[in-house]
Design a protein around this ligand. Structure first.
Ligand SMILES: [Mg+2]
Length: 159
């Protein structure tokens, strides 16, 4: 097909202007969203349990319209494990980027500390606070259902 004559190259809607406000938040994994398990004596690549107080702050930011890039110093070979972990726990993300720079600390004028009360730059809307409570209730209902299912299975196997 001759694409020049079809007219694909110079017709169609005008490209939208790039968004002026940046909507991405880069969020660390180990020690921020997941309990850190790695130590020099135990160099495991397993991912710890969620740190729920921080997952909650991520939820609030997502509900307020922020997009999440999980930015981890883990290698790309851990990508599938990270994706599976996030999906298993129902943690929202839009992309995963592995391989941070090796540094003892990240000093940045745009930084928010993981232990700050709110992760959304500029604070939260009240809509976000209400919605986050609903999301949290749903998540806990789901985990109780899952625990009941596992418990039933284990009891069944014991017979
Ligand atoms: Mg970390």
């Amino acid at each position: 097909m001759n694409w020049e004559t079809v007219g694909y190259l110079d017709t169609g809607p005008k490209l939208p202007e790039p968004r002026k406000n940046l909507l991405w938040l880069a969020v660390d994994l180990d020690g921020t969203l997941a309990e850190p398990l790695w130590t020099p004596d135990n160099p495991t690549s397993e991912i710890g349990n969620p740190i729920w107080r921080n997952v909650h702050k991520l939820d609030e930011a997502v509900i307020d319209g922020w997009k999440i890039v999980i930015h981890t110093s883990r290698p790309w070979t851990d990508y599938e494990a990270i994706e599976a972990w996030l999906n298993y726990w129902g943690i929202t993300f839009h992309k995963i980027v592995c391989g941070k720079l090796l540094a003892a600390a990240y000093i940045d004028d745009r930084s928010v500390h993981a232990e700050d009360d709110v992760w959304a730059p500029g604070g939260l809307s009240t809509r976000s606070i209400t919605k986050t409570v609903e999301l949290r209730q749903k998540r806990f209902a789901r985990s109780w259902t899952e625990m009941f299912r596992l418990a039933s299975k284990l009891c069944g196997e014991g017979k």
